[in-house]
Design a protein around this ligand. Sequence first.
Ligand code: IMP
Length: 424
Amino acid sequence: MSALVVVGAQWGDEGKGKVVDLLTADADLVVRFGGGANAGHTLVVGGEKVVFHLVPSAALHPRPRCLLGPGMVIDPKVLVRELEVLRARGLLPAGRMVVSENAHLVLPQHFLVDGLREAGPGAIGTTKRGIGPCYQDRAARRGLRAIDLAHPAELREKLAANLEAWRPFVEAAGAELPDAAAVADEYLALGEAIVPWIGDVTEAVYAAHRAGHRIVLEGAQGTMLDIDHGTFPYVTSSSVTAGGACTGSGLGPTAIDHVVGIAKAYTTRVGEGPLPTELHGDEGEALRRAGGEYGATTGRPRRCGWLDLPVLRHAVRVNGLSSLALTKLDVLSGRETLEVCVAYELDGARRDTPPARGLERVTPIYERVPGWTEDVSGARSLGDLPPAARAYVARIEEALEIPVSILGVGADRDATIVLSDPWA
Ligand code: IMP
């Protein structure tokens, strides 16, 4: 077993940080393959909370090398800050980090455009971290890459041209573009701390694979936010599913041994877009409070609802999931009964997976299952769980036809039950 992919199976915020943390303790190499500072991976280590937006969650373990893949979009300010956090903890020895030369740079005009769009009628509730406009520039082949930080004269030229490309949109919106020279100065100054880490991620990943080292490809966001497979247009602008793990890291698909999907024991979403099992009013608020459901990046309250099996079925298919890591089971404690959405009804027909159109109109078909009142956060084996909690897990396995390999029962690193080791 050499390479493991970890992806979100819902709308992001599934608790990937903690699962990745567990799976990477013995890994040799971890690659974050997509997205940017729109993600916020929260880790609680010994009671202390650490949030990373760019560097892989695994960076807090001393062992694995940490790579930022070519599929990423990097805000240099955030990266410099996170490198500093690692350096201060003695976790940044030479060679530990590689930032892909091909990763794109999030520029001030991307933040500006993201903000302008979000202030208008087409707002989708982005994190306003410039992600969409940055990927847009990448697709339009006019973006700047990390490697440009090492070539000041070229960077200045490309930056000026890029700003001009945005001028019509920005001026029509009544806003002002940042000054090209000032942006170049700022980015080149930040670049001094980044350039030493820039390198060929694909070479490092290939060498690790050839040597039989353990590689984790770490995803951000979740399947339903994927540009191809999510609830378009209420999605992020990158490929967050398992296919994106290959393109965004440079590791070919034949190297992948296991794909772990991460799902909460219920459902949450931040931003706009359909959420079929959403609970409004007191019920939603109770779940939000119990789960501490506020965005790690923006602090926004997350929308909360019951577990949605059609969404997870879709995630199993498009990611080729080998197993599921089910997180935050403890949050569901204290309820007599729980609802699980097993299918949808749309225009009189039953659907087992989300439709490409009309998801906002579906009626969830719920199955009522017994809940449990016990606190499960101390459980360390399946046998420690109340029968109803075990039955809940079994129902999910039955519906998805894949095993649950990991169960999260609390926020701390130890509050985890490993049912089967994805590395085995
Ligand atoms: P963007 O990625 O900032 O463009 O935002 C697009 C959509 O993805 C919005 O609905 C965001 O709330 C959502 N989103 C982006 N990153 C994350 C994440 O890490 N967790 C949860 N939602 C996210």
